[in-house]
Ligand binder design. Structure first.
Ligand code: CA
Length: 229
């Protein structure tokens, strides 16, 4: 059966536009006009992905996302937050609430569809043995990262970035390679975005002290150099 996308959106014309574009691409859809209806829909017909408006009546999109992440049955369902807010702090708050991606209105249907496909592809990715590199350990099932036994809190993008770097410690990745591996080829993201997420990853990895683990290689890119590797 084709993947089911739950569209949690109170603006009816936007919900219909999303439904039209998703069904054109072969997805099944269900629309929930507020946060409470979204939670009911999540229980009744568990979707493969949720397009979640931040500003929803009854229960906000952010609270729906948090509720999902606390619920064993809904925890693994990918969420793309759809919002009119574009401030960096909101973006961080949105991703920290457990959303897998974030789209700011107005967006093109094409961009959104590319993100839907990318998030679904990543959600199906292999889960298994923890990845270990030096004093870093990453558990793919629980999404937990530890450095020297101490937990490191990472937003989803930093998590994926670190995963790529941990799979080949010491290897230098160009920004463009990281864009392809972390964001996917079919999404346009500025190369500078990589620098922003590398900076955040650096700060997070150093949150309990220790040496900087990410080496910047001038005009070439970045490499992870874990301690004790
Ligand atoms: Ca809204």
């Amino acid at each position: 059966m084709n993947p089911l996308v739950l569209i949690a959106e109170d603006e009816a014309p936007l919900a219909e536009m999303l439904r039209y574009n998703l069904e054109k691409e072969g997805f099944r859809t269900r629309i929930a006009p507020d946060g409470r209806e979204a939670l009911i829909a999540l229980e009744e017909t568990p979707p493969d992905l949720v397009l979640l408006d931040w500003m929803l009546p009854e229960v906000s999109g952010l609270d729906v996302c948090r509720t999902m992440r606390r619920n064993a049955e809904m925890r693994a369902t990918p969420v793309i937050l759809v919002t009119a807010k574009g401030e960096e702090s909101d973006r961080v708050r949105g991703l920290d609430s457990g959303a897998d991606d974030y789209v700011t209105k107005p967006f093109s249907p094409r961009e959104l569809m590319a993100r839907v496909r990318a998030v679904l592809r990543r959600a199906k990715g292999p889960q298994g043995e923890p990845i270990v590199a030096g004093d870093l350990a990453m558990d793919l099932e629980t999404h937990r990262v530890r450095r020297g036994g101490q937990e490191i809190a990472l937003a989803p993008t930093e998590f994926r970035l670190l995963k790529v770097l941990m799979e080949r410690p010491g290897r230098v990745y160009a920004r463009e390679q990281l864009l392809d591996l972390v964001w996917g080829r079919d999404i346009y993201v500025e190369a500078r975005t990589v620098d922003v997420h590398i900076r955040r990853l650096r700060v997070a990895l150093n949150s309990h002290g220790g040496k900087d683990l990410i080496r910047t290689v001038r005009s070439a890119g970045y490499a992870l150099e874990p301690e004790g590797a």
